[in-house]
Design a protein around this ligand. Structure first.
Ligand code: SAM
Length: 213
């Protein structure tokens, strides 16, 4: 797909020059980053609104948006250097289904909360990640957090803290079998309520922050 190749070119050139991608990554950028994220598209529902928390250089949000023109993706990223890169890439690739929001996840709830799906990759340990992700999803929405092979252990460790945030039915999905090696592991959670501890203005309460540590 031309857009995916163009995105890869951006990552290995400007992405590396600006320090958003490690200098050792270019050789494996396609398999380990772009394809590894694009396979997430197989578990995102049709026509979903997606918020990608901590997008960095656009992963997994941009490969997802390229693979799935039916979904609308908001890339949330606090660092200006990274959102500047994202703005340029979105314009160059003419990705009409992507917008970029600068800010921390807890600062953008008013602007992009109520999403069908909240994605992330390599952003934070599960419990802390959920304090940022859950307020951005609608009740009945999904959290899809890309994780390494320790995904199941993270669930066991943080299950109670995550339940307190109103997120349940945690499971590990394996996607991209036969496409990427190793396959991509995704923790899926369903947002069942706004959380036992409640939230004020979409921000996690002090109790939720303590539980998530
Ligand atoms: C290790 S990078 C991962 C970037 C990208 N998801 C990837 O897989 O290449 C973590 C990213 O999360 C962002 N981040 C950190 N705290 C955040 C927060 N509270 N809300 C949103 N993004 C955050 C950082 O600025 C950084 O870009």
């Amino acid at each position: 797909m031309a857009s995916a190749r163009l995105y890869t070119d951006w990552l290995v050139s400007a992405g590396v020059e600006r320090g958003l991608i490690g200098p050792r990554e270019p050789d494996r950028i396609w398999s380990r980053h772009v394809l590894n994220c694009a396979v997430l598209s197989s578990v995102v529902p049709a026509d979903a609104t997606v918020v990608d928390v901590g997008s960095g250089a656009g992963l997994p949000g941009i490969p997802l948006a390229i693979a799935r023109p039916d979904v609308r993706v908001t890339l949330v990223e606090p660092l200006e250097r990274r959102t500047a890169f994202l703005d340029e890439v979105v314009a160059a690739l003419e990705l009409t289904n992507v917008r970029v929001l600068r800010g921390r996840a807890d600062e953008v709830v008013d602007r992009c909360g109520g999403a069908d799906v909240v994605t992330s990759r390599a952003v934070a340990p599960l419990a802390r990640l959920m304090t940022w992700s859950a307020p951005l999803a609608r009740i009945g929405g999904e959290i899809l957090a890309m994780k390494g092979s320790s995904a199941a252990e993270e669930i066991e460790r943080d299950r109670q803290a995550v339940a307190n945030l109103g997120v349940g039915e945690l499971s590990v999905l394996t996607v991209g079998d036969g496409v990427v090696d190793p396959p991509t592991y995704v923790i899926r959670g369903l947002v069942r309520s706004s959380g036992r501890a409640g939230r004020k203005g979409g921000k996690p309460t002090a109790k939720q922050r303590r539980t998530a540590r």
